[in-house]
Design a protein around this ligand. Structure first.
Ligand code: ZN
Length: 494
């Protein structure tokens, strides 16, 4: 029997502002869409947190036995510098500045995005569609919205008519804004653009002569509006109504609000049943910003090469650190916090490595069944990973007490404890025991150096000093120093 039939999962739905019992549209199957990156620069650490949060969701849903189709897009066109449909296309701008093709920009930063998420041990999504790969579908959806009367064409561009839509659809229901507030807060002066109202947003933009990323359409040579691709690609692969839509908190408005409006206008259906939003990452209590230097790139954590860090940390330690906070809470990144996480992470891994050496008894003095259910309860409560981790540490305490002879465990319970620890630590939290990898590497490296030391000794015995010096010097240039002593040659690694 699938686990999800025994466990009752609750998800905090940003639409209702409440934790709701999760019921998928089709039993046993889940459609999940998460807004992916705009690939015009290296992926930010804050974005990594968002994608790690949804990786946790994806992993837990799969662990529960659901068949999950996880769609995450790549924005490779249509995302302008300014949310109010103005400014240059972000990718085209980068291409212009670096004097390369826009698709070279897209390729470079898509590869960086994939490599970085792979280091964090994120699972790839089931489908990763691109905006430029779905221009035809986007044009079809614009036609539908025009037919339903919720959009209008001006000078080759097509805009969504927010005021008309709001009359019987409530624009702003996700972010809790009203049209009146939006009108009061708007800074755009009328007459500055072709829009009837500043709240309207572009579905299709006519390209200026210098704009290089352009496609033919019934209205003009141009490009789709940024919000449209997500509506089109989510419905294409998951249906007009699907289960979960996720993204960073900053996308709630206007991006997700616009997605809801487009979906409802085109199909008359509610596109999404559960909206999930991951919170942001700060650094030393402040917003990350390149301009102030209060910024860390993911790779700088792995190398330690950043003034905010005292040393390097493994991707698993960084992932563990992020999962120690709930995805809906703001998380503050700092060297001290990371150092504390590393300690905890190592303790967890040490315990796991020694679990097989535990002495077994006829009975257990601790209810492993009850503890296992507490692990599930934590995750069933809106993916509460910090509570799950705390519960895993209850097991660490118990295991240490067994070692000391203060607690007892039966063979059967030991199996259950071990399997549950493995499931939650590796499968659900997606952590990797980096020390095992390192130990293995160290062993291989030592073996290789010992071999070179032997070859060098042979070369010396044959009076082939050119070869023996070459081995010594080249190892030294790699940071490996050989020391000749009475007992033979030893080595040290810098
Ligand atoms: Zn999106």
């Amino acid at each position: 029997m699938a686990l999800y039939k025994e466990q009752s999962l609750k998800i905090y739905n940003s639409m209702s502002g409440e934790k709701e019992i999760f019921t998928p549209i089709n039993e046993g199957n889940i459609g999940m869409y998460v807004c992916g990156p705009t690939v015009y620069s290296n992926v930010h650490l804050g974005n990594c947190r968002t994608f790690i949060s949804f990786d946790l969701v994806f992993r837990y849903l799969k662990h529960l036995g659901f068949k999950v189709r996880y769609v995450r897009n790549i924005t490779d066109a249509g995302h302008l510098e300014n949310d109010a449909d103005s400014g240059e296309d972000r990718i085209a701008k980068k291409a212009r500045l670096e004097q390369i093709e826009p698709m070279e920009v897209v390729q470079r930063y898509t590869v960086d995005f994939h490599n970085t998420l792979q280091k964090f041990n994120n699972l790839p999504p089931s489908i990763e569609p691109t905006a430029t790969g779905h221009i035809v579908e986007q044009i079809e959806t614009i036609k539908k919205i025009l037919e339903k009367g919720f959009a209008y064409e001006v000078n080759g561009s097509v805009y969504f008519d927010v005021l008309k839509f709001d009359k019987d659809h409530n624009y702003g229901k996700l972010s809790g804004r009203t049209i009146e507030d939006m009108i009061a807060n708007t800074r755009e002066l009328s007459g500055q653009s072709d829009k009837k109202n500043p709240q309207d947003f572009a579905l299709w933009k006519k390209a200026e002569p210098q704009h290089i990323m352009r496609w033919p359409s019934p209205w003009s040579d141009g490009f789709p509006g940024w919000h449209l691709e997500c509506t089109v690609m989510s419905t294409k692969y998951l249906g007009e109504s699907f289960d979960i839509h996720g993204g960073g908190m900053d996308l709630k408005f206007p991006h997700h609000e616009c997605e809801i409006a487009q979906g409802e206008a085109a199909t008359g259906k509610t596109p999404v049943n559960y909206w999930m939003h991951a919170n942001m990452l700060t650094l030393n209590g402040q917003k990350m910003a390149k301009s102030t230097g209060n910024n860390i790139l993911p790779n700088e954590i792995f190398t330690g090469n950043n003034p905010n860090l005292s040393k390097a940390y493994s991707p698993s330690v960084a992932r563990f650190f992020m999962l120690q906070a709930h995805y809906r809470s703001i998380l503050d990144f700092s060297n001290d916090a990371l150092m504390a996480s590393e300690k905890g992470f190592n303790r967890l891994m040490d315990t796991l490595r020694n679990i097989d050496q535990l002495p077994v008894s006829n009975t257990s003095s601790f209810s492993v069944d009850e503890w296992q259910q507490r692990c599930y309860n934590a995750m069933n409560d809106d993916f509460n990973s910090p509570i799950l981790i705390a519960t895993l540490f209850d097991a660490v305490k118990y295991i240490n007490a067994i070692k000391e002879g203060d607690e007892k465990i039966s063979q059967q319970d030991l199996e259950l404890l071990k399997n549950t620890m493995h499931d939650f630590i590796f499968e659900v939290l997606g952590l990797v025991d980096s020390t095992i990898v390192n130990e293995d590497r160290t062993q291989k490296l030592s073996g290789t150096i010992e071999l070179l030391i032997k070859l060098r000794a042979e070369a010396r015995n044959n009076k082939d000093f050119a070869t023996s010096d070459q081995i010594r010097d080249q190892l030294l240039s790699l940071g490996i120093q050989l020391k000749d002593g009475k007992e033979g040659t030893t080595f040290s690694v810098e």
